[in-house]
Design a protein around this ligand. Structure first.
Ligand code: NDP
Length: 795
């Protein structure tokens, strides 16, 4: 074709990126790769292997080794040995290595990008301009956290050995998201790349060697899901960091339950892309392109559900179809391609299957009229119109270049539709009206919200989800906490088992009046309510005398309490000054009855008058602490590399179930309840099972403190039975459990079904009287979700 012809048609010419050097690298390794363990390459004799292929052609690129138990054991051992020295190196020492890795990624950027595109099928334009620069950025940013670690995270220590499992959609970027913060914090790692895409992880291992990283700090073990499972179940691993499907995430939650391993899960999504009528429609169209056709839609935070206002829907979809016609799908090594190949024929089949289900359920299919390469796994940009909110394709992650279209009328309806999903990873909002956009953003249940932009990622801004999109954040300060633990934790000992006080006949003198005056009740929705069971349980004093009775709560009472908490949702929006005032008021009212509370404590626990007095005074002080924090735990404003800002907002989690410890019955309850409500959560509290009377007295204090009904609900009874009901309840967003090791394990297991956030004590006892163990930002972090709202500006 002549240039003159090109001027007529304005067609793109081919612009191929050379793969020569990447192939030369593969040849240098004889196209066979082992594991990188303890700084050396291991190719176990007779090991099973599998092939890694180029998704754009189906050609085999190399042979990868299947990791077995001995390999995983060796890698964990190497990581364990290396961890001591790595942590001792100090923040600055580690920062130098992370900086060296960042520089090496930049130096070999093109090589890494080409290798990534060969192995994954994503357009070179993306691996070159997005993935690899973000990898370097992540190592730079975390070199910074390592440098600042000794000052910024003074009360924290590294976890130890981290097992990391990454998916195939952003192989090197996900590796960077996992390895950089782990190393910055002083941990060592064993990472397993996805079976489809091991090559860039193996190339990265060489960069670790080139940077002179001490052996054992980074270990890469290749293999399929079975190798991942061996890492998850390894006894000497302190944390699992996983990115992948919700199904495997849920399985990992179950497998790690009760092991004491820390866990972060970055799972799937079905993110809404909301277009209001006053949006800049042409910009929004480009937004859709980036939202769903970036990386062929194989993106956990892909904007896969277009929600467009009814009045502009027709115009918008017409414009979109026109734009789709100009998208180019084909050889990912061609620099002019918009879309490359789908990772594997199995994924292609899955996409096709879901699209067909969508059509069967009434969606109208529209695909861009583009010629696809004959070889390789390709799927055209696809639109499914007329999609109802409950249909399979609106609910299930397709993980392909498929956009569903649904219309809405009002902003309220848009938010409802957006939140009508089990996921909560990301959302994109398009409107030129800043009032509307900033009103909608906090209402969306998603860890990341992009206003008039989409799929923006940066190391300084935490990334992660709500609900079944997982828990934990990657990036930013909050991401660092995922790889740290409070220094005092290593000194915690198993709680001394408290048993119910033995019954003697007779009634304690101090409480005769109390028993005569009251029938035992629960506290639900701001009212005293009779337990559903109709039964009560006696509470004996330390002297064995009957002190009082409390209601015997059951699952039905838990359901009622959760419903009351659900109705009290206005508390999340109450201004922080208002919440602070109420906490101070609760403190004031507790103070007015301090002596009486101390007497009950003394009678229940048999402690000294001084100890009981100290517990009450500390509880009052703690309420002040969270009254103070209510309007000060503010979040942050990040300055990522864009013209704009990112607001990191500390949002309430929602409804938290809290099982209180037996020791310090009043202080334990206050120390857990107060930070939760200070941050805008509603709670269902199960007080100390053996010493419940402080709690039933406490609801009288709440009653007189202007706390709206339903914000705090108290259900007395068997701690485990009631908290297990909370862990299994779909409307509960998180469970805090301070009880036995076995109970902690069960809570984690039960939370797996809906990927609930949990905070359990694993049967260890913390000292709630202690100012470090008993209060502070650790509690506030557990009580909040960080939402990052991206706001670009400028005309
Ligand atoms: P998986 O969740 O199966 O894989 C993610 C990673 O976990 C891979 O390294 C995988 O190994 C490993 N793995 C698999 N099973 C286990 C296990 N039992 N224990 C420990 N590790 C395990 O995702 P798939 O690759 O199978 O993709 C399936 C679907 O998941 C996609 O269609 C998409 O919907 C979703 N997905 C979501 C991603 C996200 O970023 N949120 C990323 C990838 C997929 P291996 O690949 O070698 O088998």
């Amino acid at each position: 074709m002549k240039v003159a012809d090109l001027m007529d048609s304005m067609e793109y010419g081919p612009a191929p990126e050379s793969t020569e050097q990447a192939h030369a690298w593969l040849d240098d390794h004889n196209r066979r790769f082992g594991h990188f363990i303890n700084g050396t390459w291991k190719k176990p004799k007779g090991a099973k292997t599998f092939k890694t292929k180029n998704p754009a052609t189906g050609n085999v690129l190399g042979t990868i080794t299947q990791g077995e138990q001995a390999d995983v054991d060796g890698a964990v051992k190497a990581a364990r040995t290396a961890q001591v020295g790595w942590a001792k190196l100090g923040g600055h020492g580690r920062a130098r290595y992370l900086y060296a890795l960042a520089r090496l990624v930049q130096k070999h950027a093109r090589h890494l990008a080409v290798l990534e595109t060969l192995d994954n099928g994503k357009p070179i334009r993306e691996s070159r301009d997005i993935d690899v620069p973000l990898v370097a950025r992540h190592f730079y940013h975390h070199a910074g956290w390592a440098q600042l670690m000794d000052r910024e995270f003074q009360d924290q220590v590294p976890l130890g050995v981290i097992g990391q499992i990454v998916p195939w959609n952003f192989p090197l970027l996900m590796l960077a998201w996992k390895i950089a913060p782990a190393l910055a914090a002083g941990n060592t790692v064993v990472l397993k790349p996805a079976e489809f895409t091991s090559l860039t992880a193996l190339r990265f291992a060489e960069l670790c060697d080139e940077a002179g990283l001490p052996p054992g700090v980074v270990n890469i073990v290749t293999g399929d899901g079975r190798t991942g499972e061996m890492i998850v179940n390894h006894k000497d691993v302190n944390k699992i960091a996983f990115t992948g499907s919700t199904a495997v995430g849920s399985l990992i939650r179950k497998q790690t339950a009760g092991s004491g391993k820390k866990l972060s899960l970055e799972l799937g999504g079905k993110s809404p892309f909301i277009v209001f009528p006053d949006a800049d429609l042409d910009s929004a169209i480009e937004g859709v392109v980036d939202a769903i056709w970036f990386n062929q839609g194989q993106v956990c935070c892909a904007g896969s559900r277009l929600l467009v206002q009814e009045g502009i829907a027709k115009t918008f979809v017409e414009k979109l179809k026109l734009r789709m016609q100009s998208l180019r799908t084909g050889d990912p090594m061609d620099k002019c391609m918009d879309m490359g190949a789908i990772i594997d024929p199995t994924q292609l089949k899955q996409i096709d299957k879901l699209v067909k289900i969508g059509v069967r359920e009434g969606a109208v299919l529209w695909q861009a009229d583009c010629a696809l390469p004959e070889k390789g796994s390709f799927y055209p940009p696809t639109l499914l119109e007329n999609v109802t909110p409950s249909s399979t394709v609106a609910q299930q992650e397709i993980f392909g270049p498929v956009l569903t279209v649904t219309t809405f009328r009002t902003p309220v309806e848009a938010v409802e539709l957006a939140n009508n999903t089990r996921y909560g990873l990301a959302a994109s909002v398009w409107s030129e009206n800043i009032n509307l956009a900033l009103d909608v953003a906090p209402a969306l249940k998603a860890g990341v919200v992009w206003i008039n932009t989409t799929n923006q990622l940066d190391a300084a801004a935490g990334f992660g989800g709500y609900r079944e999109s997982g828990f934990g954040r990657e990036g930013g300060r909050e991401g660092m906490y995922e790889y740290l633990k409070p220094a005092f934790e290593k000194d915690l000992r198993p709680a001394v088992k408290t048993v119910a006080n033995k019954a003697k006949s007779g009634v304690s003198k101090t409480t005769t009046k109390l028993l005569l005056d009251r029938t035992p009740k629960l506290y639900i929705g701001g009212k005293q309510s009779r337990p559903d069971s109709g039964y009560s349980r006696p509470a004996y004093g330390a002297d064995g005398m009957l002190l009082g009775e409390v209601g015997e709560g059951n699952r039905k009472d838990i359901r009622n309490a959760v419903e009351a908490a659900f109705k009290a949702s206005a508390w999340a929006k109450a201004d922080t000054h208002n919440r602070a005032q109420i906490l101070y008021y609760i403190a004031e009212n507790l103070s007015a009855r301090a002596r009486e509370f101390a007497e009950t404590l003394r009678a229940m626990t048999g402690g000294s008058a001084a100890a009981a007095g100290l517990e009450v005074e500390t509880a009052i002080s703690r309420l002040f602490t969270y009254g103070a924090w209510a309007d000060k735990y503010d979040g942050a404003v990040h300055s990522p590399p864009l013209r704009g800002v990112t607001l990191a907002m500390n949002e309430p989690m929602g409804i938290i179930g809290i099982a209180c410890p037996d020791t310090k019955p009043l202080l334990g309850l206050v120390s857990l309840m107060a930070p939760a409500i200070a941050m805008g959560n509603r709670v269902v509290v199960i007080p100390s099972e053996h010493h419940p009377l402080s709690a039933t007295d406490f609801y009288q204090v709440l009653d007189t403190s202007d706390l709206p009904g339903g914000v705090v609900n108290i259900v007395t009874g068997g701690r485990d039975e009631l908290s297990f009901a909370l862990a299994g309840h779909d409307q509960v967003d998180g469970v805090w459990y301070f009880g036995s090791a076995e109970g902690s394990a069960e809570i984690e297991r039960l939370s797996a079904r809906t990927i609930k956030r949990t905070w359990v004590n694993n049967g260890l006892e913390r000292d709630f009287l202690d100012g470090v163990q008993g209060e502070g930002q650790e509690f506030l972090r557990h009580a909040t979700e960080v939402k990052n709202i991206w706001i670009p500006y400028g005309e």
